[in-house]
Design a protein. Structure first.
Length: 153
């Protein structure tokens, strides 16, 4: 999957230049247990074209990340991956997914808005924090939700 990403896509995914995967990065990305670290993948012709993962951070929360090979971007793969990841998170009884997106990554910000209805985007320092409540947690309307909706219109 990593090889299918351009230098720009790698930067947007890892928030830093990533010319290669280190051993530690490779271990962290492949240490999947199906609950505390779970992933869904998109495959075409036996090759990985995208992956979305979640990593538990406690209290029903999990951090998410997604990447799609450059040749497959803007073809619906990312949306399907995020939708599948949201469904998996609900089955695993997570109550909130969150992640960080660089503000210049407009494509990813639009994608999370489409894939996760009701998602909140909050500017924090040099990133946009994506916050997506799942299930019953999504029925709680907060001041931040109202403010985000007002700013979006």
């Amino acid at each position: 999957m990593f090889e299918g990403l351009s230098a720009r896509s790698r930067y947007l995914r890892f928030h830093a230049p990533a010319p290669r995967l280190t051993s530690a990065m490779r271990r962290a990305l492949t240490d999947v247990d199906g609950h505390d670290h779970a992933a869904v993948a998109a495959v075409s012709g036996g090759r990985s074209i995208g992956i979305a993962r979640l990593i538990a951070t406690g209290c029903g929360r999990a951090e998410i990340a997604v990447s799609v090979a450059d040749a497959w971007q803007r073809r619906g793969v990312g949306r399907r991956l995020l939708t599948a990841l949201g469904d998996l998170a609900a089955r695993l009884r997570y109550t909130e997914l969150y992640g960080e997106v660089l503000p210049e990554n407009d494509v990813m910000l639009r994608l999370v808005r489409r894939a996760f209805p009701g998602v909140r985007l909050v500017r924090e320092d040099d990133v946009m924090r994506v916050i997506y409540p799942i299930g019953w947690a999504s029925l709680t309307l907060t001041h931040e939700d109202l403010l985000a909706d007002l700013l979006r219109t």
